[in-house]
Write a protein that binds this ligand. Structure first.
Ligand SMILES: [Zn+2]
Length: 258
């Protein structure tokens, strides 16, 4: 049984490390154009969105049905988890420390700097449910589903890592500082992975709710952070179609790998 925790941890660690791989790009480029950045982050959001449905919610309902022998009970339990996940992220988001990270720096005006750090913090926070999703995916005993989740989440971490690193570079941090900060945001993922697989291991009957919780947390971040951020600068259609592209990619991975 502890194998499962181990797998969830390693899977989410590998997915998280891809953030650092993406962030390596900061040694080669100085900045991303706004449309490119919006497109990349939207692809990431589309992958997350599809992972939420195909790799979290559908398996959650299936697990619940096997467990409760009732589709209505199963889906209700998953919905409760989903809502709890959204509320948890809302609270985390509201009370997470924001401003004090930025005081006393020079360079871009403090409003821009604040926006950049909020973005970095948003990426960091959302890596927790992503890692948790991977951990829970493996811990459900379905290695195929875990692998699909780790692959999809890993893919969408690369543009996120690059976007974080490049925005820090634009705020006058050095390339190494920008790279390391982005790398560290990815390390939140194995923490979430360990938490997710341990939750399932300790409380297997909570599995449908835990999967639902991870899904709700992901949906919160997509709706509250990534979509508004990628639609802010006037490239909304590009962002929408990039999101659809990411969604299609994850849907394909789920159907073929899982
Ligand atoms: Zn993400």
């Amino acid at each position: 049984m502890t194998d499962i925790i181990w797998l969830g941890f390693v899977g989410s660690l590998l997915a998280g490390l891809v953030t650092g791989v993406g962030a390596l790009g900061v040694f080669f480029i100085r900045r991303l154009s706004e449309p490119l950045e919006d497109a990349m982050l939207s692809v990431a959001a589309g992958i997350m969105l599809a992972a939420t449905f195909f790799s979290l919610l559908l398996p959650a309902v299936q697990h619940g049905e096997a467990q409760f022998h009732s589709r209505v009970v199963a889906v209700t339990v998953v919905i409760v988890g989903l809502l709890l996940g959204g509320v948890a992220l809302f609270l985390l988001h509201r009370y997470a420390p924001h401003e004090h990270c930025i005081s006393g720096r020079e360079g871009p005006d403090s409003a821009t700097l604040k926006r950049i750090w909020l973005f970095v913090i948003a990426i960091t926070i959302h890596n927790f449910p992503e890692g948790m999703a991977v951990g829970v995916g493996f811990a459900g005993g379905d290695v195929g589903n875990g692998t699909t989740l780790a692959t999809g989440i890993g893919i969408q971490n690369a543009p996120e890592g690059l976007a974080v690193a490049v925005s820090l570079l634009s705020a006058n941090y050095t390339r190494w500082q920008a790279f390391l900060a982005a790398f560290v945001t990815g390390l939140v993922e194995p923490v979430g992975g360990l938490f997710g697989s341990a939750m399932v291991w300790l409380a297997a009957p909570l599995m449908p709710m835990t999967l639902g919780f991870a899904a709700g947390a992901m949906l919160f971040i997509i709706s509250d952070e990534i979509i508004p951020e990628t639609h802010r600068k006037g490239f909304a259609s590009l962002a929408t179609f990039s999101l659809l592209g990411g969604f299609a990619l994850m849907m394909f991975l789920d159907a073929t790998l899982g």
